[in-house]
Design a protein around this ligand. Structure first.
Ligand code: GUN
Length: 358
């Protein structure tokens, strides 16, 4: 009886080992770039607490606590793209340009419109106006109650559009549900649409002749450039097809000669597509949807997601630690794309003011 149960346990152990090997093989997308790897020698102490239910002579339940040591191994460590640092460089350039404009008698003006009291939007708007003021831009905050009518918001946009002191207008999204967002965005004069969302500005990006590029995708491109990522010829996967991020992002990558796959909620074989990508841009708003094991070794991973975890902490769309162990470069959340979005808004705003001088 006891010998029989030992044989069963051994057979199960062999089966489990075979299953693990099959899983590891399936996840491995190919040869690893050894140049990107750093050898690692270490000791891992692992405390395992488990409950084992066994049937031998009678039925027994026991708790197992074990400490195991593992020595040796290899990890791939990504270079972390510091969005705060790159944003600070962009802001320095913007400050110099606002000063040059001030010397010519032009004070750069940005109007930021917030409708309703969504707390996350309020935080973003506060950060945008603070950054703008730090760069010498005259940023004004326009707060409207959540029950503002479409006509009321259109009237404000028209007033700002006609005001020569205002060079850029940003209406923070999402708007409360009763608004026709497309109509509001279309009412912003294209030469003041520093958010790059007006159909004319999006169309110009599609033509490869951008005037204002949507801020988050522009920030992602800047981060890729800062990370020394070669976009031309790369295979890029964009997750998310929003007008705010995914679609303009795909266009910018294609304009830079990447081969682009735009994935979304109906995409089949997401893991395989990501595993084949040299560049991954995750913008779906689903915490850790992109698993670290999917990432091609050495790939560039840009995480646009900002999700709040159960513990209140911010987490991205990418399983960060596991992805960082495989990627070549990766952005953190927070401190990656977010500061770049704001910096690119300032860059668009100063450009809007420069364009008025011809
Ligand atoms: N909400 C989140 N990101 C953005 C952005 O880049 N622009 C606007 N207008 N709203 C947003």
């Amino acid at each position: 009886m006891v010998q029989g149960s030992v044989r069963v346990v051994q057979a199960r152990r062999r089966q489990r080992q075979r299953r693990i090997e099959r899983r590891v093989d399936a996840r491995d997308p190919g040869p690893v770039d050894l140049d990107r790897q750093r050898r690692w020698i270490g000791i891992r102490i692992r405390i395992r607490i488990g409950i084992r239910i066994g049937i031998g002579i009678g039925i027994g339940i026991g708790i197992r606590i074990g400490i195991g040591l593992r020595i040796g191994g290899r990890v791939v460590t990504a270079t972390v793209l510091d969005g705060k640092l790159v944003a600070a460089l962009v802001k320095d350039e913007v400050r110099a340009r606002t000063q040059a404009l001030a010397a010519r008698g032009v004070t750069v003006g940005l109007a930021v419109v917030l409708v309703g009291d969504d707390p996350a939007s309020a935080v973003y708007v506060k950060a945008k106006t603070k950054d703008a003021r730090e760069c010498g831009i005259d940023a004004t905050d326009h707060r409207l109650p959540a029950d503002t009518s479409q006509a009321g918001l259109l009237a404000l946009v028209a007033r700002l559009g006609a005001d020569p002191r205002v060079h850029g207008i940003l209406v923070q999204l999402p708007l409360p549900k009763h608004f026709d967002t497309d109509a509001i965005i279309a009412a912003i004069p294209p030469h003041k649409d520093v958010d790059g969302l007006h159909p004319e500005n999006l169309g110009r990006v599609a033509q490869g002749k951008p005037r204002f590029t949507a801020c988050t995708p522009a920030g992602c491109m800047r981060l890729l450039a800062h990370g020394g990522v070669t976009v031309a010829g790369a295979s890029a996967v964009v997750l998310g097809r929003s007008v705010l991020v995914g679609k303009p992002m795909a266009l910018l990558l294609a304009n830079a000669d990447a081969t682009v796959t735009l994935c979304h909620s109906k995409t089949r074989d997401l893991a395989e597509r990501v595993a084949a990508a040299d560049i991954v841009i995750a913008a779906v708003g689903r915490p850790e949807l992109v698993r670290g094991a999917w990432i091609k070794p050495g790939a560039a991973v840009i995480d646009v997601g900002i999700n709040r975890g159960a513990d209140g902490k911010l987490i991205g769309d990418v399983e960060y630690a596991a992805a960082a162990a495989r990627a070549g470069v990766i952005t953190p959340v927070p401190g990656g794309v977010g500061p770049m979005t704001r910096a690119c808004l300032l860059e668009n705003t100063v450009r809007a003011a420069e364009l008025t001088l011809g």
